[in-house]
Ligand binder design. Sequence first.
Ligand SMILES: NC(=O)c1ccc[n+]([C@@H]2O[C@H](COP(=O)([O-])OP(=O)(O)OC[C@H]3O[C@@H](n4cnc5c(N)ncnc54)[C@H](O)[C@@H]3O)[C@@H](O)[C@H]2O)c1
Ligand SMILES: O=P(O)(O)OC[C@H](O)CO
Length: 318
Amino acid sequence: MISVIGAGAFGTALAVALSRDGDPVTLWARDPDDVALMQDKRENGKRLAGVSLPASLHVTAQIEEAAQAQTMLIAVPMQALGDLLDTPAPFMGRTLVACSKGVDLRTGLGPADVIARKVPDALAAVLTGPSFAIDIASGLPTALTLACGDEPAGTEIQHDIATPNLRLYLSTDVAGAQLGGALKNVMALAAGIAIGAGLGESARASAITRGFAEMKRFADIRGARPETLNGLSGLGDLILTCTSEKSRNYRAGLALGRGEPVPGGTVEGVATAHAVTRLAAEAGIEMPLTAMVDALLNGETTLPRAVEGLLARPLIKE
Ligand SMILES: NC(=O)c1ccc[n+]([C@@H]2O[C@H](COP(=O)([O-])OP(=O)(O)OC[C@H]3O[C@@H](n4cnc5c(N)ncnc54)[C@H](O)[C@@H]3O)[C@@H](O)[C@H]2O)c1
Ligand SMILES: O=P(O)(O)OC[C@H](O)CO
């Protein structure tokens, strides 16, 4: 049996997809009132309106019920993951599949690393790649990366989670998979800024491409394999998130570029830009786009100054 921890848009979408054919799935939400509403309406009206919850999907606020499952997909926002796992008992000895995308501000770790640190006896894996919650919940064809350092165990998880419309590619590069998902959110902010500020689609294409170079540079120093960044978890998600207004990170970038307030909610690239700017500086590598996004978000620069600074950088080889 599988359980999903966190009933946001993505957790709900995964739970719906995995239970659609009648398989029993438990979805855990922390708020009992939200759970009561979901049970009553058979819909998560707050986060994924218009999608019916299949009959075999059980929603609960009791973590012990979710802990009945050997495999738990954890889909809470990145900055909430560490706190969630501070009560490790329900998660011990389980297979924990991290679905969050980001870098933890406090520790600089990715989601699988946070799991490994907080619940050392669990088997950690990562599910990531190009996927909007509504697409997965609607049963549209989606291809994602399932990364697990233990290949035989990863193969088992891959087959457990895949559905006819949710195709999973296996990787053993956990570091690369979790970084691709985290860093593409920062680049989606940059791409949104380019369009929001009226800099044009050519500028956005440059931001995506040079952003990808930054992603690979950072991933390299964190021990990731380059081919992982070229796959679904890196390039695939970068393309989706930098080009679609369905993305919250891209929409936040659009607002920033237009000089409007950045919308609230789960915009993972904001904290990740901050964490990665610090980590890159410590490691002595240049990540100019990431640093620009962070500085703009913190009000440390203005858009004209940021663009001027990027264009005035020394001319280098590609
Ligand atoms: N929405 C998508 O399309 C999508 C796709 C792929 C990956 N993700 C990733 O999934 C993660 C969650 O995103 P989302 O879209 O589901 O967010 P969301 O904003 O829709 O919902 C977040 C949910 O997390 C819950 N939550 C917050 N803190 C919590 C805590 N400490 N304990 C338990 N629950 C907590 C909130 O109550 C809320 O239900 C993010 O890292 C995101 O990048 C999202
Ligand atoms: O809405 P976003 O920007 O968090 O993006 C959602 C997914 O990560 C896209 O793969």
